[in-house]
Design a binder for this molecule. Structure first.
Ligand SMILES: *Cc1c(COP(=O)(O)O)cnc(C)c1O
Length: 535
């Protein structure tokens, strides 16, 4: 029996919500505002008068989620997009429901029942984490107070908390005394901002040539090149495109068989770019690639970047959590050599979306994105040392995501976060042994962080399933398992071939849980092969 109160028991009667107010209209108000007030619109405002309503309604929402958690036995229901579209489409958005309870009941059918649940041990697909409760407390507070981190006069202490956490992360990454940074919406935005700074830094260098000193920025972009591994994140290419360099300004460097960037190949690529009159703008290393969890050889890549005076960025969107790891922290040692680092707290720090940061070694480099707007952050404010975070951000209005990490560190502590990630890494190693010993599956590479890339390729009638058949079969297995809702796994391609992928971030998932997913994949694959043969 659940200890949680049932949703309908918690239902708080709310006379102001549905009833029309018999309120006297103040004289002289126009018709529109009278109608609005008559409908009790101000009863929905978050303010002192409505604080009991705030508590009751939020509690109803929280209880709905908690009840859902207790009753959910698998990560997904398997619902398809057309059914969800019909259900969501049937809602009349111009006719509000009588109260919060009714809206939550409706939400059950348009969202909660069929959501993808990352806390379930059989969710093993993408880099989504089960979230920690202290961060959810932070989420509730930050959205209610609704500070905006663009300026001091919209945030006050929130700005100091964000700055303190940036300093904390920079110290853990050994970025030195001049480090600085900013919270962002995610790894893609952090990477974009890093490359924006790198681009403007490179352009400033090009302008030191007298012949180029008067040129506008677009005229100087043509020769800039970014070097990154073939396994790096696609946001590098997208950033290059958004920065006016074009997708093809990214030179893809091959990896060694362990999926880490090959320093010899980088040296070659940079030398031939230089010979062709091109400008090596940046080297982007990855600390934890999305598919293989590979950490590039950071020190060797840093030395090459320095030799060519290129910006050295480390995309640690996935591997960033290693900074609090008890056992694997050494994998991030090379960050001390970076010009900038991307960290996604909403991946390996178990924070709700969104929470990410860009850290830079030299705070002065952030000037490359500063723009002073008279109405918001005039230069006079900067000169008076008023801390306006918009000076460092590509966003203006910005969430106080830092509060989630703050409360996580204050309630759980950094070591506990690191232990959660360590647990996932250890589980991946054990699953790796399991798959390596299983003749029905092929492991593409030994696990490095908490991912496993593998495919179902059994021996049928004494013959290993042909690769072309495996290429059709594995995506079909993934789709069938997703439609069953019993487990969620990812897919990827390696060398043009289709593979399945586990991303493990749930410290409560056991080897048995993952073995059950493997069993499900095997049964589904065998069934699909069987129906193929009998068809
Ligand atoms: C997830 C990821 C990103 C993108 O981060 P978002 O938060 O999804 O924008 C970038 N780089 C790597 C290596 C990633 O794993």
């Amino acid at each position: 029996m659940s200890l949680m109160p049932r949703l309908d028991e918690l239902h708080v009667h709310d006379p102001h919500n549905s009833e029309v107010h018999a309120k006297q209209d103040p004289p002289g108000q126009d018709f529109g505002s009278r109608v609005e007030l008559a409908l009790g619109a101000t009863n929905h405002l978050f303010n002192a008068r409505n604080s009991p309503r705030y508590v009751a309604q939020v509690l109803q929402g929280v209880t709905a989620v908690a009840t859902k958690l207790e009753r959910t036995t698998r990560p997904f229901t398997g619902v398809g997009p057309s059914e969800m579209k019909a259900r969501v489409g049937a809602v009349d958005l111009d006719t509000p429901l009588p109260d919060t309870a009714a809206a939550l009941q409706e939400l059950e059918t348009v969202y909660l029942r069929d959501a993808i649940y990352f806390h379930d041990a059989k969710y093993a697909a993408h880099l989504n984490c089960p979230v920690v409760i202290p961060a959810l407390v932070g989420e509730a507070i930050l959205s209610a107070v609704n500070s905006s981190l663009d300026t001091w006069d919209q945030s006050a202490g929130a700005t100091m908390i964000e700055r303190r956490l940036i300093d904390w992360a920079a110290e853990r990454l050994h970025l030195g005394d001049n480090a600085d940074g900013i919270f962002t919406s995610g790894g893609s935005q952090s990477n974009l901002q890093a490359l924006l700074i790198a681009r403007n830094h490179a352009v400033a260098g090009l302008r030191r040539e007298p012949a180029q000193s008067g040129l506008r920025l677009p005229a100087l972009l043509d020769t800039l090149r970014i070097f990154t591994s073939e396994d790096s994140h696609f946001s590098i290419q997208k950033s290059a495109s958004m920065l006016g360099l074009g997708f093809d300004a990214v030179i893809t460097v091959p990896c060694t068989p362990d999926h880490r960037m090959d320093p010899a190949a980088l040296a070659e690529a940079m030398a031939s770019a230089r010979d062709a009159g091109l400008t090596p703008m940046a080297v982007v290393a990855t600390a934890g690639t999305t598919d293989f969890g590979a950490v590039d050889p950071l020190a060797e890549l840093a030395a090459l970047a320095r030799a060519y005076r290129a910006w050295f960025h480390i995309d640690a969107a996935y591997g960033g959590g290693l900074m609090v790891s008890g056992r694997y922290r050494h994998l991030l040692d090379g960050t001390r050599l970076a010009d900038s680092v991307t960290v996604d707290f909403h991946k390996t720090f178990f924070q709700p979306v969104s929470s990410s940061a860009l850290l830079v070694r030299e705070s002065a480099m952030l000037r490359h994105i500063t723009y002073y707007a008279d109405y918001l952050n005039p230069e006079s404010a900067a000169l008076a040392d008023i801390p306006n975070q918009v000076d460092k951000s590509i966003q203006t209005t910005r969430r106080f995501d830092a509060l989630k990490l703050w409360l996580t560190l204050r309630i759980m502590g950094a070591d506990a976060i690191g232990a959660l990630f360590d647990e996932a890494i250890d589980l991946a190693a054990r699953v790796g042994s399991l798959l390596a010993a299983d003749d029905d599956f092929e492991l593409a590479a030994a696990p490095q962080l908490s991912t496993l890339v593998f495919r179902y390729r059994p021996v049928v009638d004494g013959v290993r399933l042909p690769e072309d058949t495996a290429d059709v079969l594995n995506p079909a297995i993934r789709a069938a398992v997703f439609a069953s809702g019993e487990a969620v796994v990812a897919g990827t391609k390696v060398g043009g071939r289709h593979y399945l992928k586990f991303t493990l971030l749930n410290a409560e998932a056991t080897l048995e849980d993952i073995a059950e997913i493997i069993g499900l994949l095997r049964r589904t694959g065998a069934d699909l092969l069987q129906s193929e043969v009998s068809a």
